[in-house]
Ligand binder design. Sequence first.
Ligand SMILES: Nc1ncnc2c1ncn2[C@@H]1O[C@H](COP(=O)(O)OP(=O)(O)OP(=O)(O)O)[C@@H](O)[C@H]1O
Ligand SMILES: [Mg+2]
Length: 417
Amino acid sequence: MKNVQQFEALFNHATIGIILCNKQAEIMDFNRQAEFQFGYTRDEIIGKKIEILIPQKYKHKHVGDRDRFYADPHPRTMGAGRDLHGLKKNGDEFPVEVSLSNYTLDGEVYAIAFVIDITIRKNNEKLVYQQKAELEHFTSQVRHLNMELEQKVENRTKMLRETLAELEKSKEEVSEALEKEKELGDLKSRFVTMASHEFRTPLSTILSSAFLLSKYNGVDDGPKREKHIERIKGAVSDMKSILEDFLSLGKLEEGSVKAKLELILFEDVVAVIKDTLNGLEQITRKGQKIYFTHRGDGEVLADNALIRNILLNLVSNAIKFSQENTGIHVELNKGESDLVLSVSDEGMGISKEDQEHLFERFFRAKNAANIQGTGLGLHIVAKYVELMNARIEMQSELDKGTSFYIHIPQTQQITEE
Ligand SMILES: Nc1ncnc2c1ncn2[C@@H]1O[C@H](COP(=O)(O)OP(=O)(O)OP(=O)(O)O)[C@@H](O)[C@H]1O
Ligand SMILES: [Mg+2]
């Protein structure tokens, strides 16, 4: 009797719902927790089919499940892998966890269902899912914001970099303009120095000859007058050539001089050189001799006017910076890829350190200080060479002589005007 009471106490005070069914699935017993869970009293549920506790949508499947259980009854949990639900008397559904057991009494099989209401756990799970989803949403928002921020930073950095580059550029432009301004200033002051120096000799020649001319007014003074007129002419022509140099430099610098490279006969270039050298013979020193040799034929790419100007400058230098009784050699050779014009002398030569500045405006070597000149000739030659896309080379040794070589490439495109 005490055992029965103990069993009843155990049955009724258990904290999980316990439902006992016979083979016909009729409820045979229903403990208090089950009453509490499903809202039925024990009395009203006894004898009802177990499906009364199962929501409509699962009922049909449950009938098959329970037949299979009775065919092979053994303890197990129900609904592996899916959510189970119970149906309350008031029609509410609630999530449950159910494990099944069985026993046989007097040859009759009985099933026991242990039911746990997992509403709270499910709610908690739902909450966790929600929080997780919110967190993910939040994280993705943060990620998005972060990306936007990175993009903004990148854009700003790019803008900054561009602004900096522009600043740098305008800075360069300003300093370039300043540099040009300075160069121009330099050029002007050098011109003033050079002009006042170089014009002084011819001007005083002119002055003294003019003075003497006014004195020689006798009948026999004809030859003397002639001499001084020649001196005045020479001085004026010296000044004229200085001014011409300066004018051609101005034209070159402003870009108005263009090379007119064209295919011309080799012999025509030879003729121009011979003609130019003939003119230069007039200014050679005593005993100086100009030799001209050439090798080539057919056509060449060249600009005769520029060749004449280059030759005038190089040969007049050779004459000026060599002693009497020396030879000057001019050569024109047509090579595989270029036409080479060279001028060599046996004169005073140029020191290694002066060679570096040779083509600069107004540059004059130390050993040329006492020889007349403005230091513009080679600068102008270098500009002409550049106009023909040519290249200039120089070799020189002090007191031995100097050679200049101009290489005019023959493979270049002729640009039509
Ligand atoms: N053949 C040469 N032999 C020695 N020195 C030379 C020779 N050619 C040029 N130089 C040196 O190079 C300097 C520059 O030559 P450049 O022709 O430019 O000037 P310049 O002859 O002195 O003056 P300009 O030609 O303007 O009348 C000369 O002053 C001279 O010192
Ligand atoms: Mg010169």
